[in-house]
Design a protein around this ligand. Structure first.
Ligand code: HEC
Length: 316
């Protein structure tokens, strides 16, 4: 298959337009979706005369990967905007998440996109909860890509409204499926986020924070997201301080070891206290020493990280 893909790529590069019909045939009938995508890309590379037809065809293929590839190319076709935009809107309403994401990004990338009247209905759908959470990050990227300050303000106001004052909810789009491989690279290599400086993974990494090689088993995706973007909202057991105000009036401050159903275990100096919840009037968590990642990484990177972290399950 690699060979087939390489030869299709070469045809594209060489601009062998006499092969355009052959490539279109591959797009229609090859059993492999990767070969189909390669055939489509070769047609793009040679600006084939049948490119618009090929892209329209690809967008209706049985394989989602081919449809998404076709969709991503629509900006490059000679179709006028007044045909592209309705097509994208239709996809946004009816298709799979991956297609909806690509449709939004494509819409934002079209010339003159800041003046499309369609944004009004898209933002209205967003407001009414008709756009799945998994498209929020693409919606934001698309709105920013239009370069319109007005659209950006509208989007941000709606997002604030949806989040209802909870920081992490502004990142809810990051709960959708991300790219695990890219998330892994961020975890081990991102110089800004520096996860591995503070966290252990297997036998490497630091110990300022808890080891993370089993974190996909202990935390849900939502808790992972909260840990990343609003770290002081919940603290990993053994890694943060808490102050308990007791019903009796006195205060206890120590390292929170465990938050159980009916009690809390807190270490004060070298002594471990177990305090029943009915004796506790209120609690205040100390600040996490982990930096909130929303300022260091893009939302898309955070989505990839959450997806990666949720795969970390030690097999015992
Ligand atoms: C400066 C040190 C530091 C850096 C850098 C850091 N963390 Fe943390 N992290 C901590 C500390 C300390 C805690 C424990 C307190 C808390 O829960 O916020 C923690 C908690 C967590 C938790 C919750 C663990 C649990 O068991 O509840 C996750 C998940 C996490 N970090 C992931 C990451 C990822 C992913 C990165 C990189 C993007 C990162 N951290 C970067 C210090 C750090």
């Amino acid at each position: 298959m690699e060979l087939r893909k390489e030869s299709l790529k070469a045809m594209g590069k060489l601009g062998m337009t006499e092969m355009a019909d052959f490539l279109f045939g591959k797009l229609k009938t090859d059993p492999s979706q990767e070969v189909k995508v390669e055939a489509l890309q070769a047609l793009v590379a040679m600006s084939a005369p049948n490119l618009s037809d090929a892209i329209s065809y690809a967008m209706r293929d049985v394989s989602e990967a081919v449809r998404v590839a076709g969709l991503g190319l629509i900006a490059q076709t000679s179709l006028p905007n007044d045909q592209k935009v309705p097509l994208l809107m239709e996809i946004l309403k009816k298709r799979t998440l991956a297609e909806q994401q690509t449709a939004l990004l494509t819409l934002g990338s079209l010339p003159g996109s800041k003046d499309f009247k369609e944004w009004t209905s898209i933002l209205e759908d967003f407001k009414l909860g008709k756009l799945p959470e998994g498209t929020w990050i693409e919606l934001e990227e698309a709105v920013l890509a239009t370069g319109s300050a007005n659209l950006k303000t509208q989007y941000e106001a709606l997002l604030d409204q949806k989040a209802g004052g909870e920081t992490w909810k502004k990142y809810a789009g990051a709960l959708a499926e991300g790219n695990v491989e890219r998330g892994r690279n961020i975890f081990f290599q991102n110089q800004t986020a520096q996860c591995i400086r503070c966290h252990a993974y297997d036998d490497m990494g630091g110990n300022a924070g808890p080891a993370l090689d089993n974190i996909g088993k202990t935390l849900s995706k939502q808790d992972l997201l909260i840990a990343l973007v609003e770290p002081s909202k919940r603290l990993a057991p053994g890694f943060g301080t808490i102050t308990l105000t007791l019903v009796a009036g006195d205060k206890v401050t120590g390292l929170l070891l465990e938050d159980k159903k009916d009690s809390m275990r807190v270490q004060v100096g070298s002594e471990v206290k177990e305090i029943a919840k009915k004796e506790i009037a209120s609690t205040a968590l100390g600040a996490s020493s982990m930096p909130p990642m929303g300022t260091l990484l893009s939302k898309r990177e955070i989505r990839d990280l959450v997806s990666y972290l949720s795969t970390l399950k030690r097999s015992e």
